[in-house]
Design a protein around this ligand. Structure first.
Ligand code: MLT
Length: 398
């Protein structure tokens, strides 16, 4: 009999969004006449930009002829896309070596897979509340997790505590679920802490395109010293509507060098490369062709129009909470609005209340950690019509 990975027994029975889908499916089965509006999972609703569609078609056509056909591509991604990503960073004043960029099928996979290149006896620091993949993927390896508290009092932006030592630190900014964004000074505090502790920051920048204030850093590499202590994950899911198309990238600077227990110098870039070349065969050529169009002037302009649409939805949501005197966070540099559940309800109780009485689906804060017990998340990724209708229903209900 094989020894199974019993760490899985320490996970919650199902992944957050699986549990939500299950409850919604049950409700719709029993109330087939009701129109349910989903503002739960952060899934986009706008179609892909037209020049991304054109590039995808070109990718398909290339596969139809022997002269342009592509088989296995480089596991790290095609040079044309790695270069385009590096130029995108440059346009925000951040210099990144294309050789440090690894193209993938999204940030969810990479933030989960990165556990492969670190040992199991590290102290992992994870903010609470946060995107559940960081916690679950470390529980799967049986690792010790230390939580740092994001609360209304610190604006859901916890800062390092010098009395706690950590080896790996997860940061998501703009934050999922709270929408809070670290400023330069706060991120510098994290970089200084990581350098002092010889720790690595695992920085999730999946929502960077929602930042409209040029003073707010869109990348950890905007902070001096970060290349010696950080890995960054990003995704086209939210930037360009690739949730179903799947493309992302991870930046592992060659400056990230640590000592192995036998004294050898180890490059995390080389380790990640070794991991990817063994376990991953690269993102499909067609998808990478489409992704490269995102980074053209026209493609980016089209993507930003969609982001403006989602941010307008977020504003519509925030306005109702402001009018109702409900304390909320986010929604400005983020598609997410994080608010306090009314009347002291806990977040799953409020989930059921909202589903049963307004037929609106959101995400219970408890799914993102203990500190989310009395909070709830709505997303601006719905259609305008559904967002307006959902908020009219919520306004009447609360
Ligand atoms: C979310 O709703 O938190 C995100 O859509 C999840 C994800 O990006 O995987």
């Amino acid at each position: 009999m094989p020894k199974i990975n019993e760490n899985y027994l320490n996970l919650k029975e199902s992944y957050l969004f699986t549990e939500i889908n299950h409850r919604v499916a049950e409700y719709t089965k029993n109330h087939p006449d009701k129109k349910v509006i989903r503002l739960g999972i952060g899934d986009v609703t706008r179609p892909l930009a037209s020049n991304v569609i054109n590039a995808l078609h070109e990718g398909v056509d290339a596969m139809a002829s022997a002269q342009t056909f592509k088989g296995y591509g480089p596991e790290q991604g095609y040079e044309f896309l790695r270069d385009a990503v590096a130029k995108y960073y440059e346009s925000h004043g951040v210099s990144v070596d294309p050789g440090d960029i690894f193209i993938s099928d999204g940030a969810k996979s990479d933030t989960g897979n990165i556990t492969d290149i670190f040992g199991d006896d590290n102290v992992i620091l994870i903010p609470d509340p946060v995107y559940p993949v960081y916690v679950d993927s470390n529980i799967m390896c049986g690792r010790k997790i230390t939580y740092i508290s994001g609360t209304a009092e610190n604006g859901f932006l916890p800062l390092p505590d010098k009395n706690i030592h950590a080896d790996l630190i997860y940061i998501c900014s703009p934050n999922n679920p709270t929408g809070a964004v670290y400023n330069r000074e706060q991120l510098k505090a994290w970089v200084d802490y990581a350098l002092e502790n010889e720790a690595v920051i695992l920085f999730d920048a999946a929502y960077e395109a929602f930042i409209s204030d040029p003073e707010l850093p869109r990348s950890i590499f905007a902070i001096e010293g970060a290349k010696k202590c950080a890995i960054e994950f990003c995704s086209l899911s939210k930037t360009a509507g690739f949730t179903g198309t799947r493309c992302g990238y991870t930046i592992v600077p060659k400056e990230l060098v640590f000592k192995a227990s036998d004294g050898r110098e180890v490059s995390l870039n080389a380790f990640w490369n070794r991991r990817q070349t063994t376990k991953f065969n690269g993102t499909s050529y067609i998808i990478q062709k489409g992704a490269s169009a995102v980074f053209t002037e026209e493609g980016m302009a089209q993507c930003m129009e969609n982001i403006a649409y989602y941010k307008e939805n977020a504003r519509i949501i925030c306005d109702v909470f402001a009018k109702k005197g409900i304390r909320y966070f986010g929604g400005e540099h983020s598609p997410y609005i994080w608010f306090e559940c009314p009347n002291g309800m806990d977040s799953w109780e409020f989930f059921d209340y909202l589903l049963n009485n307004a037929q609106v689906v959101g995400t219970p804060g408890a799914g993102f950690g203990e500190n989310g017990q009395h909070f709830f998340r709505l997303t601006g990724f719905g259609t305008r019509e559904n967002t307006m209708e959902a908020m009219e229903r919520i306004e009447k209900l609360l």
